[in-house]
Design a protein around this ligand. Structure first.
Ligand code: SF4
Length: 234
């Protein structure tokens, strides 16, 4: 008899395998926007990951999925997770209504000391700027808003540790599509230029203060490419 935790871990691995087998039509993916161009390129190519996601990380992802499902439970199902395709872009917004696209995020409570704060605690600090701290999150929801012709996009963060949301602490992360249109188009112009050139973009982590590679599913492959002289084979 297998232990329930072993069964859970196996279920997570199988789910991951199934997710990675979905081709997603060879298009740019919303969840990758703002991240390393090379990683985005390989995801669009549907390149097989060179590095397995550790089981501990899969469990963390699943906690996020559980929170997503709970947030979506009272919403109109036809307005949650629908697939949208526009030219070379495919995405599944968490929720949308007549004028707004919403993206739900789960976040750890983090640390809060006199001089240093992380995670959800950082959002409480005076002067916190979401567009600086989580620019890629904003870019992702605003790309969805732009392509769906909605006038605004909103990010909603739920703290995994205590269930607080950014709304509860008086922070509303709502953005006008007009203000983000240029940023969205710039990201797509760069991605399309790399795709058109058929050259691999440089190894350039863009999020987590340079620690993006640590969580990248292509880190071994990327190292190998760099070892062999950089952006040659795609
Ligand atoms: S390992 Fe780093 S540089 Fe290489 S593709 Fe991944 S995120 Fe980009």
């Amino acid at each position: 008899m297998e232990h329930p935790v072993e069964l859970f871990d196996k279920w997570l691995v199988n789910k991951q395998v199934k997710d990675q087998a979905k081709p997603y039509h060879g298009k740019w993916r919303a969840f990758m926007l703002g991240k390393c161009y090379r990683a985005q390129y390989w995801v669009r190519q549907h390149k097989a990951p060179s590095d397995a996601i550790p089981i501990e990380v899969m469990r963390i992802f699943e906690i996020g999925h559980v929170l997503h499902r709970a947030m979506q439970a009272p919403l109109v199902p036809e307005q949650c997770e629908q697939e949208f395709e526009f030219d070379d872009f495919v995405f599944h917004p968490d929720y949308f209504d007549d004028e707004c696209v919403y993206d739900f995020k789960s976040i750890k409570v983090g640390f809060k000391t006199k001089k240093f704060a992380t995670g959800f605690s950082k959002m409480k600090v005076e002067g916190f700027d979401i567009a600086k701290e989580y620019r890629y999150n904003v870019l992702q929801v605003m790309a969805e808003a732009y392509f769906m012709k909605k006038v605004k996009g909103e990010l909603i963060y739920v703290c995994k540790d205590n269930g607080q949301t950014n709304i509860d602490i008086g922070r509303h992360f709502v953005f006008n599509t007009f203000d983000w249109e240029a940023e969205v188009l710039k990201e797509f112009a760069i991605l399309r230029a790399w795709w058109g050139s058929e050259k691999l973009p440089p190894a350039l982590p863009r999020i987590y203060n340079g620690a993006e590679c640590k969580y990248c599913m292509y880190r071994s492959k990327c190292k190998e490419v760099e070892f062999n002289g950089g952006n040659n084979g795609v």
